[in-house]
Design a protein around this ligand. Structure first.
Ligand code: PHE
Length: 351
């Protein structure tokens, strides 16, 4: 093999060994660069005769062309490989399975509220919604709980730093009981004509579920919690009706016919007489214990008057229960705070 052929050969193998464009350019410099082997051979021709220059020059040129052809082929090969790997990296496999988004579910307390609404709707109760920021008059005064009365501290709450033009103070409602008076006002207005004509007002039969707030926080109290108010007011609604309705509700809610109920005498400014309602399971882990689930009583005449109705004519009962408590009992949860921590691992169990 002559010298030129061996230079072309070593150029080919040097190019083949280059794995990146930069390596390839370095390899090229060794052959056709300023001090490359081909360049050096060209410089060496200066001393040759004209004839020798002709043959020698043609041979060197052939070798140079062969090297440049090998160089271009390798450049192209490297560029193709680069493009190929880029395409690989960016490739999209449309046959891969999609990323599933888990279906959501209702919060356990929402499930309870839904259940409460269904059961009371089946007994002919309307469902009404009311404001969580409530006036002092609705939260307390209208409910026979005058300013500075010690019973207000039973429901100490959060006061809101806004005052109406009338100087009314607002609070985050400490219970859903203000809805008794609010709803009655709407009802009375709706039937104003009938009432004015001396006709009989249709009964008020309503439940008002919603969020309530108190300065309270431990395993069984959260500063935000839920209540569901109930009100049945008419010309002849008695404590007996409260017992029937609430007993029926509890047995349906817990799907247990032998659930026992106890109406324990208590005090609320807005009811007289008043009772706490306790329930007792006959089987299961809580069997035998009395568990408080609601406050209740016959609507106080002062409250009926504040509704714009004649307490000599209209009478009925109200109750306020705790849907959070009912949820804990139904599912066997012992820490109320779990409901409001927003931990998906806890919540997904109720889906
Ligand atoms: N509002 C009372 C409470 O929050 C419960 C209640 C409602 C009691 C209606 C009697 C009648 O404790």
């Amino acid at each position: 093999m002559n010298e030129l052929d061996s230079i072309v050969d070593s150029a080919r193998s040097a190019f083949a060994a280059a794995l990146t464009p930069a390596e390839l350019e370095n390899a090229k410099a060794q052959f056709t660069g300023k001090t490359g082997r081909i360049t050096e051979l060209m410089k060496g021709m200066a001393a040759l005769s004209v004839d020798e220059k002709k043959t020698r020059g043609a041979a060197i040129n052939l070798a140079k062309q062969a090297i440049e052809a090998a160089l271009n082929a390798r450049r192209q090969a490297l560029a193709d490989a680069e493009l190929e790997s880029q395409l690989q990296a960016e490739s999209l496999d449309v046959t891969l399975p999609g990323r599933m988004r888990e279906p959501g579910g209702l919060h356990p307390v929402s499930l309870t509220l839904e259940r409460i609404e269904l059961i009371f709707a089946s007994m002919g109760f309307e469902v009404a919604d009311g404001p969580e920021i409530e006036s002092d008059w609705h939260s307390f005064t209208s409910l026979n709980n005058p300013p500075n009365h010690p019973a207000r501290s039973m429901q100490d709450t959060f006061y809101v730093d806004i005052q109406g033009d009338d100087g009314i103070a607002y609070n985050l409602r400490p219970h859903t009981s203000p809805m008794q008076v609010r709803y009655a006002h709407v009802h009375v207005k709706k039937h104003a004509e009938t009432l004015k004509a001396g006709g009989a007002m249709p009964e008020i039969r309503v439940i008002c579920p919603g969020r309530t707030y108190r300065v309270d926080s431990d395993a069984t109290h959260s500063p935000m919690f839920h209540q569901c108010e109930g009100l049945w007011l008419g010309e002849n609604i008695s404590f007996k009706d409260l017992k029937v309705v609430f007993t029926d509700f509890c047995r349906t809610f817990f799907e247990s016919d032998d659930l026992a109920l106890r109406f324990r005498p208590s005090f609320f400014p807005f009811t007289e007489p008043s009772a706490e309602i306790d329930i007792q399971f006959q089987s299961g882990p809580l069997a035998g214990r009395w568990l408080e689930v609601a406050g209740s009583g016959q609507v106080h005449p002062t409250v009926v008057r504040n509704m714009g109705l004649d307490p000599e004519k209209y009478i009925g009962f109200a109750f306020g229960m705790g849907p959070d408590r009912l949820t804990m009992l139904r599912y066997g949860v012992n820490d109320l705070r779990l409901f409001f921590d927003g931990d998906i691992r806890f919540l997904r169990q109720f889906r």
